[in-house]
Design a protein around this ligand. Structure first.
Ligand SMILES: N[C@@H](CCC(=O)N[C@@H](CS)C(=O)NCC(=O)O)C(=O)O
Length: 201
């Protein structure tokens, strides 16, 4: 049985929950309460030495880093496939996964640090403004990447998941997709209607 070390509010764990739902995989969830520091306990550091969720155990293997977990699940449980078969499109999907994990995730992580983790009134407004500016650049890039497609690489794939996973935090972080990125808005709305994304919480 697949075991997911999870925390409900974690966007990186949400990525894994989306893939588990897309593939209809039975699994056991173990909640690691990161608000209580459980991710830094010695027994969890044996599972993920970085002391972060998610982590996943399956078939005798322990994996951490959400994007590597996604790739593992797609390799081990190929149906439905969540990466294109064509090598060029597959590489493009991975480029977009890398983009989700770097500028996009990085800007959100800074916003979470200021808006959600700092006591009210102590958030650094310049960090917030810079992070929102970086997100605008990300949304503009995604607007170009989407073109007229419904999903980043045509059909739904792992490439979409890293972006969808942060959407529940747009409200609490007061992030809005700029009006000059209508394709991004439509794509995020489309993603919200997928049962897997709904199921992942
Ligand atoms: N690059 C990692 C990041 C994991 C990560 O930062 N997880 C957050 C929750 S979304 C966490 O565990 N934070 C607690 C901590 O850093 O102590 C991944 O994608 O799995």
């Amino acid at each position: 049985m697949i075991k997911l070390y999870d925390f409900p509010m974690s966007p990186r764990a949400r990525k894994v929950r989306i893939v588990l739902a897309e593939k209809g995989l039975q699994h056991e969830k173990v909640t690691v309460d990161i608000t209580k520091g459980e991710q830094k306990k010695p027994e969890f550091l044996v599972i993920n030495p970085y002391g972060k969720v998610p982590a996943l155990q399956d078939d005798g293997v322990t994996i951490y880093e959400s994007t590597i977990i996604l790739e593992y699940l797609n390799d081990q449980y190929p149906n439905p496939p969540l990466l294109p078969a064509d090598p060029g499109q597959r590489a493009r999907a991975r480029v977009l996964m890398h983009y989700a994990d770097n500028p996009y995730d990085g800007a959100f992580a800074r916003l979470v640090g200021e808006v959600l983790f700092k006591p009210k009134g102590q958030a650094d407004q310049s960090v917030i403004a810079n992070a929102k500016q970086e997100l605008t650049i990300c949304f503009e890039h995604l607007e170009r990447e989407l073109g007229s497609n419904d999903y980043l690489v045509g059909t739904f794939s792992l490439a979409d998941i890293g972006y969808a996973a942060w959407a529940p935090l747009f409200g609490p972080l007061q992030v809005e997709v700029p009006t000059h990125c209508p394709r991004v808005s439509a794509w995020l709305d489309r993603l919200k209607t997928r049962p897997s994304i709904h199921a992942a919480g």
